[in-house]
Design a binder for this molecule. Structure first.
Ligand code: FAD
Length: 332
């Protein structure tokens, strides 16, 4: 296999930044893992597993090896279980599952990126999360140089988080999904409800395909297209606090909160908009005028400029509310 030197990130990530990777290779086959492992040990360098680059922010040149994931294939174990190679495109897999009569993933329509990156931040949208459907994950462990199987409980899934964010030692090779035969539609999300009402649709008549279409319509309206306007989707996580901590904060009463499971959820989009950042730009970077969680930038902007801008937003919100926003994508 080929190891390239000084590969630009500009066509490897959706922010289209110009930082470089010291080394770059493409993994197409499990057999190549040992060669990659050997290369990393010989050079004593770090590595970055790369899917479609829709959730990374290269803030400097990367002095290691970027391993682009090109593992492909979908294996139907039986009616309920499917094993998917991690380099498959997520939305294509969602469409495939619906075409095979497997219900459940429709609320996760149109999330960009690969299947293998899904568990890393436990991708979620419109009231659903990938972890609900995961049975087990096959990984290559760079510490032991072995392929291992991780059960769902080993993955420590929570809101936009998993064990794969705490350690860099795992390369997710494939993800096994379990589909329920009698899966019910999840129509609870407010914007789905509003669209159903405005279109005069009858809930009982809706299919998983219809929900896929509704979610796709909403997403196209509220999110900037990363192929035209470089972005990584939500740049900031929503805030989640234990109720006891929230009570100590004495926040302004107009900030909308959602209570559940002993937690208080605060919409970061609301805080950013209220602080006047929605649609605001500084140089080549800004907050989208469509969605206040989305940082957009011009092609060729430096990653460090993007981070500087994001930190400015974080500091401003902190000074106004005492709440500190957390960055969602991986800083490279
Ligand atoms: C317009 C837009 C909308 C979005 N909407 C949503 C949304 O609704 N919900 C949501 O949750 N996210 C959303 N995202 C974020 C993004 O789509 C997801 O995080 C997606 O899973 C990233 O996939 P990727 O292949 O591009 O990952 P990359 O950006 O390539 O990688 C992301 C991280 O995962 C790691 N990684 C990738 N593949 C593997 C692997 N095989 N093994 C181990 N680690 C790996 C990388 O090292 C990196 O740390 C959105 C992004 C954009 C641009």
């Amino acid at each position: 296999m080929k190891f390239f030197e000084n590969r630009s990130f500009d066509d490897l990530c959706s922010l289209k930044v110009e930082e470089n990777a010291r080394f770059y290779c493409e993994l197409e086959d499990y057999d190549q893992l040992n060669e990659i492992d050997g290369f990393l040990r010989e050079k004593s360098i770090k590595h970055l597993v790369l899917g479609e680059g829709t959730n990374i922010v290269p803030i400097n040149n990367f002095e290691g090896l970027v391993i682009k994931n090109k593992l492909k294939g979908i294996t139907e174990i039986d009616e309920s279980f499917v094993e998917v190679s991690s380099g498959e495109n997520w939305n294509e897999f969602v469409k495939w599952s619906l075409s095979e009569g497997k219900k459940g993933l429709e609320n996760l329509a149109l999330i960009p990126g690969t299947v293998g990156a899904g568990p890393v931040q436990n991708i979620g949208a419109y009231g659903s999360e990938i972890s609900k459907f995961i049975e087990e994950i096959s990984v290559f462990n760079f510490e032991t140089s072995k392929v291992e199987t991780m059960k769902k409980d080993d993955c420590e899934f929570s809101y936009r988080s998993s064990i794969f964010q705490q350690t860099n030692k795992y390369f997710i090779l494939s993800v096994s999904f379990k589909f329920e035969q009698d899966s019910k539609l999840n129509l609870s999300y407010k914007s789905i409800q509003e669209l159903i009402t405005s279109k005069g649709l009858i809930e009982e008549n809706l299919t998983s395909y219809d929900v896929f279409d509704l979610v796709s319509q909403i997403r196209k309206k509220v999110l900037p297209d990363h192929k035209l306007n470089p972005n990584v989707g939500s740049f900031f996580k929503n805030i989640r606090l234990p109720e006891s901590e929230y009570r100590k904060l004495d926040l302004p009463t107009d900030i909308p909160i959602y209570k559940g499971d002993g937690e208080v959820k605060i919409s970061s989009a609301y805080l950013i908009e209220k602080a006047g950042w929605k649609g605001k730009r500084e140089g080549g970077v800004g907050i989208s005028d469509l969605h206040s969680l989305v940082v957009v930038c011009d092609k060729g902007t430096n990653g460090s400029e993007i981070l500087e801008f994001a930190n400015k937003v974080i500091d401003d919100i902190y000074s106004k509310t005492g709440l500190r926003l957390e960055i969602e994508p991986t800083l490279v």
